[in-house]
Design a protein around this ligand. Structure first.
Ligand SMILES: Cc1cc2nc3c(=O)[nH]c(=O)nc-3n(C[C@H](O)[C@H](O)[C@H](O)COP(=O)(O)OP(=O)(O)OC[C@H]3O[C@@H](n4cnc5c(N)ncnc54)[C@H](O)[C@@H]3O)c2cc1C
Length: 230
C-alpha cells in the first residue's frame, strides 16, 4: 500500500488526505498547529456565487465528503449579502472537530503540532520530511498544502496580509514551504503598487460586545449589514 504524506492540515490538506485514502493509500496528515482547517477556521462562507456550481461538480465527481460536512454544519443557508448570493455559512466554532473526527474515522493518521522543516531527497524525488520535533517521516508520495500565509516578517514584507489570529505563527512557528525546501521556486504575489493591504476584510467580534438588535438580526437571517460611520 503506498504511503501518502500530506503536509499542512487546512481544507486543502484535509481534501488531499481524503482523496488519497479513497484511492487506497495509507495516509499521514502533518499539521504545524494544534488544530486542522487553517484559515478555514474563519469566514465559513460556502456555495456563494460560482462556488455553488464548483461544489456540485466536485460532489458529482466523487469528492463530496467534506462538502457534505460543511452543508450539514451550516448555521444559515441560501443567504445574501453584498457580493455574495445564495451563500451558506458553516459554524466555524465546531467545524474543525467534525472534520478531524471524520478523517480519523476514515483511518487517516493525523499528527498535530508537527511542523515540517526539513526535506531529504533522492535526486529529484522527496525521500523523507522531518518535523522540528525530530520525527522523520518516509513516504512514497508527498503532498504540500501549507497554504500561503506566512510569519509576520513575510506578512509585512509582501503586503498582502496574514490572518495572524488563525495561523498563530508566534506560538507554532511560521509556515515553511516544502516546495521551496525541495528546490521548487514559489510564485510570490505582490501588489502592483507595492503597498500594504489586508488579505481579507474579515474579523471576528465577540458576540456579547455588539448591540442586541444586531444579534437578533444575525440569529434570524445570518447577516447584518451595518454602515460604517464616516
Ligand atoms: C480572514 C479570512 C476569511 C476567509 N473567509 C472565507 C470564506 O468565508 N469562505 C471561503 O471559501 N474562503 C474564505 N477564506 C479563504 C479560505 O479560508 C482559504 O482559501 C482556505 O482555507 C485555504 O486553505 P489551504 O488548506 O490552502 O491553506 P491554509 O488554510 O493556510 O492551511 C495550510 C495549513 O498548513 C499548515 N502548515 C504550514 N506550514 C506547515 C509546515 N511546514 N508543516 C506542517 N503544517 C504546516 C498551516 O498551519 C495550516 O493549517 C478566508 C480567508 C481568510 C484569511
Amino acid at each position: 500500500m503506498p504511503r501518502v504524506v500530506v503536509i499542512g492540515g487546512g481544507w486543502a490538506g484535509c481534501a488531499a488526505a481524503m482523496s488519497a485514502k479513497q484511492a487506497g493509500a495509507e495516509v499521514i496528515l502533518l499539521e504545524r498547529t494544534d488544530t486542522l482547517l487553517g484559515s478555514g477556521q474563519v469566514g465559513g462562507i460556502m456555495r456563494n456565487n460560482g462556488r455553488f456550481t464548483a461544489a456540485e461538480e466536485m460532489i458529482a465527481m466523487g469528492g463530496g465528503d467534506l462538502f457534505r460536512l460543511t452543508d450539514q454544519n451550516a448555521r444559515h443557508t441560501n443567504i445574501e449579502f453584498p457580493g455574495h448570493k445564495h451563500a451558506d455559512l458553516y459554524d466555524v466554532a465546531t467545524m474543525e472537530a467534525i472534520v478531524r473526527r471524520y478523517l480519523q474515522e476514515k483511518g487517516i493518521e493525523i499528527w498535530l503540532m508537527a511542523r515540517v522543516t526539513e526535506v531529504t531527497r533522492n535526486d529529484s524525488t522527496i525521500a523523507t520530511v522531518a518535523t522540528e520535533n525530530g520525527d522523520v517521516i518516509e513516504g512514497d508520495v508527498f503532498v504540500e498544502t501549507t497554504g500561503n500565509m506566512g510569519p509576520q516578517g513575510n506578512c509585512r514584507k509582501y503586503g498582502n496580509g496574514c490572518a495572524m489570529c488563525i495561523t498563530r505563527c508566534p506560538s507554532f512557528g511560521g509556515r515553511v514551504s516544502i516546495a521551496a525546501r525541495a528546490g521548487v521556486k514559489e510564485v510570490m504575489g505582490r501588489r502592483p503598487d507595492g503597498g500594504f493591504g489586508a488579505m481579507s476584510g474579515s474579523c471576528k467580534l465577540n458576540r456579547e460586545s455588539v448591540d442586541r438588535n444586531i444579534i437578533r438580526e444575525l440569529d434570524r437571517t445570518g447577516v447584518a449589514v451595518i454602515p460604517v460611520p464616516k
